[in-house]
Design a protein around this ligand. Structure first.
Ligand code: HEM
Length: 262
């Protein structure tokens, strides 16, 4: 076995992979949240539907998406491998293992939290991403927004299938209107978040993500060795406040907003 493969099959190597893939997923979460904030715009989904089209059809982003899927899968697979090898090394488990019994609850249950997140992700990608690409009965909508008054958007639902419409996004110089014809992913999101148990599933999953990241973010920096004394307070702040609380709370606000306000 070469040095490279030796490093990545050792326990530390596996933790290094978990850390680097985890930090990449944190970056994805920031980008995904910024994009999803367009769901809060009061434009019946014009901006969000255009954004979703761009994200799923622009080739460089599509390539990054596939890399992202591989990284998420790698993170989950290595978590499983690491958990199994840790169990083998310590078959008596945590209950009688004093060193870990004092550590916070979330750091001892990263596997359970990760499993909840993985189940959430499978449901999430099936219901939104898969449906967006493969449900041919997903309707389109036509938007006309005046450039002088962009808040004033006229929406016409187009109850037709994939095969009859294609994406349109341009400014008509004569009427000074921004015209968009887009697959109405916004409607799918809004309708899904009208179901109370679906909203609950999202909120619970965001709590799991918060706890997972409060431990995971800091731990990743320690494993990679980027935990210089001066950096520790910043890493702790980012891990607890930004990734553990604000980002999951902002994600959770989306289903709650649609359930209560739309
Ligand atoms: C609760 C608020 C959320 C909403 C409303 C939402 C919405 C969406 C939508 C509409 C899509 C499909 C279109 C697109 O790529 O933009 C999507 C894709 C995706 N979402 Fe979310 N999302 C949420 C939270 C999350 C969270 C917390 C995660 C990760 C733990 C996540 C992971 C993903 C992934 C991996 C994809 C596929 C992205 C790609 O194809 O590049 N989402 N999300």
């Amino acid at each position: 076995m070469g040095n490279f493969s030796k490093t990545f099959s050792s326990s530390l190597g596996k933790k290094l992979i978990m850390s680097l893939t985890g930090l990449f997923i944190c970056l994805f979460l920031v980008v995904h949240l910024i994009g999803n904030l367009q769901l809060f715009k009061d434009d019946s989904g014009q901006a969000f539907n255009s954004y979703a089209y761009f994200m799923t059809h622009f080739t460089p982003i599509k390539v990054i998406s596939y890399i992202n899927y591989a990284i998420i899968l790698g993170h989950a697979i290595y978590a499983l491998i690491l958990t199994i090898s840790n169990r083998k090394a310590r078959p008596i488990g945590y209950a009688v293992y004093n060193g870990s019994a004092n550590s916070p609850w979330n750091s001892r249950n990263m596997g359970i939290l990760g499993t909840i997140i993985l189940i959430f992700l499978i449901i999430h990608m099936k219901d939104f991403l898969w449906e967006y690409h493969n449900n041919t009965s997903l309707p389109y909508a036509r938007y006309e927004a005046s450039l002088a008054d962009p808040q004033n958007v006229k929406v016409t639902p187009l109850a037709v299938t994939d095969k009859e419409y294609s994406h349109v996004d341009y400014v008509d110089p004569q009427s000074q209107t921004h015209i968009t014809v887009a697959k109405d992913l916004y409607k799918l999101v809004r309708d899904s978040f009208k179901i109370w148990w679906y909203v609950a599933l999202y909120v619970v999953s965001m709590v799991a993500i918060g706890f997972h990241l409060i431990h995971g973010f800091r731990s990743a920096f320690q494993t990679v060795g980027w935990d210089h004394k001066k950096l520790v307070p910043i890493i702790r702040f980012l891990g607890v406040w930004i990734f553990g609380i604000i980002i999951p709370a902002a994600f959770a606000a989306i289903p709650l907003y649609f359930f209560f306000c739309k």
